[in-house]
Design a protein around this ligand. Structure first.
Ligand code: CA
Length: 220
């Protein structure tokens, strides 16, 4: 796991680098906002620890730029500013978490572990609902522990419904996601996919919202 540390306080930065490396993290440390933006491109960090008070660019501006370049990267803010507004502002601008200085090293490490955990669940790309596990990277479906093979359109239908479990998908939303423009769609194509999927899934896994569409409930 690579962490970009952006901190201009030399003593604090040195302590942080030692502590983070001892946790097995790969660290790139910079003291300036401009260097931070370069390192996001060159070092490809998995997480960013960002001091808000930097000598060149305001940390909030750095935060906004990093967030714009990397929408999903976890960012932990370090701030000497105690005002609640600053913290809210940082969170509103895409920070995942913040720590007010001075802080205990253990606290920082704990926060980073939480962010790393969140990151690894996002990376596994596994969607689990009840006894059904869909792996959207490996393209595999497990139902009660047994692997089930699905034709492409059925797989895509299930992927949409599971990834957005709890939301109702209309027939035309599914058609638009499954078929390219100009591709011939039978009038009951979606009903057929759903009917075929239901034979392979636990009973009532896919629910029909009469007159509207289909949904999968989060609880399964
Ligand atoms: Ca500072």
């Amino acid at each position: 796991m690579k962490v970009l540390l952006v901190e201009d306080d030399r003593d604090l930065a040195e302590g942080l680098v030692v502590a983070l490396r001892s946790e097995g993290l790969v660290i790139s440390h910079v003291a300036h906002g401009a260097d931070a933006l370069k390192q996001v491109d060159q070092f490809h960090p998995d997480m960013v620890v960002l001091d808000l008070g930097l000598p060149d660019i305001d940390g909030l501006e750095v935060l906004k730029s990093v967030r714009k370049a990397k929408p999903n990267i976890p960012i932990l803010i370090l701030t000497a500013r105690s005002a609640l507004d600053d913290k809210v502002n940082a969170l509103d601008n895409g920070a995942d978490d913040y720590l007010a200085k001075p802080f205990e090293m253990e606290e920082l490490l704990a926060r980073l572990r939480v962010m790393a955990r969140r990151l690894s669940t996002a990376i596994t790309s596994q969607v689990t609902i009840g006894d059904v596990i869909l792996d959207t990277a490996a393209h595999t479906l497990l139902v009660n522990g047994d692997e089930v093979r699905l034709p492409k359109k059925e797989y895509m239908t299930l992927k949409i419904l599971m990834e957005e479990a709890g939301r109702v998908k209309t027939k035309s939303m599914l058609e638009n996601s499954l078929y390219e423009w100009g591709e011939t769609i039978g009038s009951n194509a979606i009903e057929v996919h759903i009917s075929n999927l239901r034979k392979k899934l636990p009973q009532d896994f896919i629910q029909t919202i009469r007159g509207i569409g289909y949904t999968i409930r989060q609880s399964g």
